[in-house]
Design a protein around this ligand. Structure first.
Ligand code: PEP
Ligand code: MG
Length: 909
């Protein structure tokens, strides 16, 4: 049963008109943990704790449906709400023996908001509600402590004044500060009851002056004021922004929790604190948290007094002398520990708790699943499996695959305050600090001199590959998530922020205008490639660390998943990383990336600029041994695992020089006149190179390129098979086909050369030829294409680009606006557009398999490393996903989760 059907069922059992308010306390509750949508997270858990017998101050929850009603009825409350609240107050009175509004034995209340997820921006808490000029005297009498009563009242007035009546809280703080100055006191604890009384009159005056009305003395008015403030806070701009950012619908609404007050500020035997049942940053199984003796909740977080650790061990480790809760209140501590274990066992998860001790008696105020770092999440999940609390499948489903990035790259220390000077796309995760360099040559120079640098470019091109290797991080002003900079940086594991649109880079003057400030080459900046933040100066980092828990989780994931996980890799370093992270093959080797290195770019340019086949063949002959060497290394590292090598794909303009300086240097290298070079470049100019002379079109116009590459692949396979003793079965992939004839043509070229090489070497190699499906036409004509192909690899970067008709390199300029305005939900270059692009992938898979039931199907676009897209790949039965090496662990976990989810939905069906 889902929470909402449970809530409907429960509501249906109630008398009509009785379901706006749910009571809890005294070991009973109307609701329970399944009613999160109706009671909010806090209310549902208070009900649950009450139900299982934990000491929860009695109270009631006004449901989220009241909030929805409030906004759909011009801010009016539903009929019957007031009676239900009165009845619920009577129930509290019956349990506590105290009456709301009584001047003999007054019941005081706390009022808190509580949506189904915790939401910053909402009204938080009003404590001590019900105090007025009369009830404060009763409280003084009953507690025998006038100072405590006045302290509670002087806390209540500004809290109420601020959150309910909209009076600036600074005014109250100033009044308190003035009083302390006048008395010559430093600490609040030095003030007497008389001092508080003086302050209380001042506070009331402030409210009169600022709000234009008196602080309400009637407890019922106070209660309705606080309830209204909670509901109104649902629509304050901060809350709306937060909801928009997280895609939380407005009609969720918030609940209001009203509870009998318990006092942590009743003297030395009272205290209040917060705790996590395990360490939320490391995951260590040890109670973690802090408390204050003689204090109320807000003191713990306000930072006026320093809270103390809960356990003796933590106190000793922190080298603190004031006693821990364990030492100061051993009985309450022992009871609290019992509840921690009980709640962990009950919810099967690490809990974040709030508690108060009033005169030695422990009260539980809140429990919820605790937020934690990825490292802690891994450790806790693995420990809980060992402890028998959860199964390994539960553990897998609990982890956020995307957050694994945090474990593999250095990250910005979480305690650091970020001073962001520019923002772009989180193109390649991890953080990096270094001095700004504006050219690849400068990056290489800095690296050679042992200085860390960040390469800052308008956009990167193949020309920049050395600089990108030398730099610690890459920042570009233009380009989306699949731009050259983003794809190459992810492959290398180098942090990258792309498309930081506010940057104006002047390469002449070396000045970068960020919009808010000017930077120059040599200035130190820090990038966070996981968030897109650019910060000034060096920022403190945390180094990654792979733990035993990480290995256990990965092993469980491998045991569950059906799809294999490969990596997109071309350099030996990438291939090594891929294997280290568990890749089971290479799903995409972009051979053009091998062309950027060292002297090769010269030979490549000679090949491109050649006017005749003979000239082209001469240039290709220079490339052959280099390519063969690369492939041999790759096959050797991958030791028998499948390796998919793609024939040259990009538009040739990407290899050509751009600036005048580059032209001169290239002309010199090639020993031709600069004018000849520029003429040939003009000839090659294309208006839409991404839709131009690229992919299999190159292999058709210049078969000698495909011939050279095939020869290199086959010769390398023969060589690597000999040295490793493992059979190498290369998969040769033809890019950007639109129809079967193109593939048939290129395949014939490949087969011809392969046959020749195998005959020359007198060795057979079980190579296969397949194709990328990255054009809508190819997806639609998949049945014919499958006749020619041993495999399909979905190139969803291009398929997204061509399906949407959005240039992947220019998308950054407007997709952000689209997302903000809700025109699209998610950037389709990051998360596969399942409705459109996904449908093409599905169609192609089905049509391909109808013709060839053993047609191997995989994905090698960037979506191969995106958890939601991986889930889709599982659902349509692909055989493998391929992603950048650093995303391999993410993909392993996401692929396992996809299987578990499909089992769950199968069970539920
Ligand atoms: C693709 O288009 O999805 C792909 C993997 O190829 P590239 O990104 O190299 O165009
Ligand atoms: Mg492509």
């Amino acid at each position: 049963m889902t929470a909402s059907t449970a809530s409907t069922a429960l509501a249906a059992q109630l008398e009509p008109g009785q379901d706006w308010v749910y009571s809890f306390g005294g070991g009973r509750a109307d609701g329970d943990a399944t009613l999160r949508n109706l009671l909010g997270g806090k209310g549902a858990n208070l009900a649950e704790m009450s139900r299982i017998g934990l000491p929860v101050p009695p109270g009631f929850t006004i449901t989220t449906e009241v909030c929805t009603h409030f906004y759909s009825h011009d801010r009016a409350y539903p009929d019957g709400l007031s009676d239900q609240i009165e009845a619920a107050l009577d129930k509290i009175a019956a349990i506590t023996g105290k009456t709301f509004g009584s001047t003999d034995n007054p019941l005081l209340l706390s009022v808190r908001s509580g949506a189904r997820v915790s939401m910053p921006g909402m009204m938080d808490t009003v404590l001590n509600l019900g105090l007025n000029d009369e009830t404060v005297e009763a409280l003084a009498r009953l507690s025998g402590d006038e100072r405590f009563a006045c302290d509670s009242y002087r806390r209540f007035i500004p809290m109420y004044g601020d959150v309910v009546m909209g009076v600036d809280h600074e005014l109250f703080e100033d009044a308190l500060g003035d009083l302390k100055d006048r008395r010559g006191f430093e600490l609040d604890t030095e003030l007497s009851a008389a001092d508080w009384r003086e302050l209380i009159s001042q506070y009331k005056q402030i409210i009169d002056d600022e709000a234009g009305e008196a602080f309400p003395q009637d407890p019922h008015d106070q209660l309705w004021g606080a309830v209204g403030a909670v509901f109104k806070s649902w629509m304050v701009p901060r809350a709306i922004t937060y909801r928009t950012l997280h895609n939380y619908p407005e009609d969720w609404g918030t609940a209001v929790n009203v509870q009998a007050m318990v006092f942590g500020n009743m003297g030395a035997s009272s205290a209040t604190g917060v705790a996590f049942t395990r360490n939320p940053s490391t995951g260590e199984k040890a109670l973690y948290g802090e408390f204050l003796i003689n204090a109320q909740g807000e003191d713990v977080v306000a930072g006026i007094r320093t809270p103390q650790p809960l356990t003796k061990k933590a106190r000793e480790e922190a080298d603190v002398t004031s006693p821990s809760l364990e030492e100061a209140m051993p009985e309450a501590f022992a009871e609290f520990m019992r509840y921690c274990n009980l709640l962990e066992g009950h919810y099967c998860d690490m809990q974040d708790l709030e508690f108060t001790v009033e005169n030695g008696k422990l009260w539980m105020l809140q429990t919820r699943s605790g937020k934690r770092t990825t490292k802690a999440a891994m450790a806790i999940a693995a420990d809980m499996v060992d402890e028998g609390l959860i199964t390994s499948d539960d553990a897998l489903l609990r982890l956020d695959p995307a957050a694994i990035d945090q474990l593999l790259h250095p990250t910005i220390d979480t305690s650091v305050e970020r001073k962001v000077i520019a923002k772009g796309l989180p193109a390649s995760p991890g953080a990096a600090t270094g001095e700004i360099v504006l050219t690849s040559a400068a990056a290489e120079e800095a690296a050679a001199a042992g200085r860390d640098c960040i390469l800052v470019r308008v956009e990167t091109s193949p020309e920049d590959i050395h600089g990108m290797h030398a730099a610690k991080g890459i920042l570009t002003a233009r380009g989306g998530m699949t731009s050259h900079a983003a794809v190459v940086a992810r492959g290398m594991g180098t942090p990258c922020v792309s498309g930081a649109g506010s940057l104006r880079i002047n390469n002449e003057t070396g000045i970068i205008n960020t919009g808010s400030m000017k930077l120059k080459a040599g200035d130190v900046i820090t990038l966070d490639g996981s968030t897109g933040d650019v910060m000034l100066g060096a920022v403190k980092m945390q180094e990654p660390e792979l733990t035993g828990a990480f290995s256990s989780v990965m092993e469980w994931a491998d045991g569950v998943r059906r799809m294999t996980v490969r990596a997109n890799a071309e350099t030996p370093a990438d291939a090594e990383t891929a294997r280290k992270y568990g890749a089971e093959g290479i799903g995409l080797c972009r051979t053009e990336h091998m062309f950027f290195d060292g002297d090769r770019i010269t030979a490549v340019r000679q090949m491109i600029l050649a006017n005749t086949t003979t000239d082209r063949e001469a240039a290709l002959a220079k490339l052959l041994p280099m390519q063969r060497g690369d492939f041999t290394q790759l096959f050797t590292i991958m030791a028998g695992l499948p390796v998919t090598i793609r024939l040259l794909d990009p538009p040739l303009h990407e290899f050509l020089p751009r600036t005048e300086e580059e032209f001169d240097a290239v002309a010199q290298d090639l020993n031709v006149d600069a004018s000849v070079l520029s003429e040939r470049t003009q000839e090659l100019h294309e208006f839409n190179p991404m839709l131009g002379h690229r992919g299999c079109r190159l292999a058709i116009s210049y078969p000698e390129i495909a011939q050279m590459q095939t020869r290199a692949i086959l010769e390398a396979a023969i060589e690597a098979a000999k040295t490793t003793g493992k059979p190498v079965e290369p998969e040769i992939m033809v890019p950007l086909v639109a129809g079967s004839k193109e593939l048939a043509f290129v395949k014939e070229t490949i087969d011809g050369v392969a046959e020749a090489v195998m005959t020359e070497k007198d060795t057979r190699i079980a190579y296969t030829v397949g194709t990328m499906i990255e054009l809508p036409r190819a997806a639609l004509r998949a049945s014919e294409i499958a006749e020619e192909a041993a495999f399909f690899s979905f190139g969803t970067n291009d398929l997204t680009q061509t399906t949407f008709g959005i240039s992947r390199d220019d998308a950054g300029q407007f997709l952000g606006t689209y997302e903000r305005l809700g025109v699209i939900e998610k950037d389709p270059f990051i998360t596969l557009d399942q409705d459109g692009v996904g449908e093409l992938v599905k169609i192609a898979s089905e049509r391909g398999r109808q013709v060839k039931d053993d047609l191997k199907l995989g994905i090698c676009g960037e979506h191969g490393g995106d958890p939601a897209s991986i889930n889709f790949c599982e659902s349509i039965g692909l055989d493998y996903v391929s992603c950048s090496p650093f995303r391999v662990p993410i993909a392993r976990l996401a692929a396992a989760q996809a299987v578990l989810r499909s089992r769950q939905s199968g069970d539920g069906a």
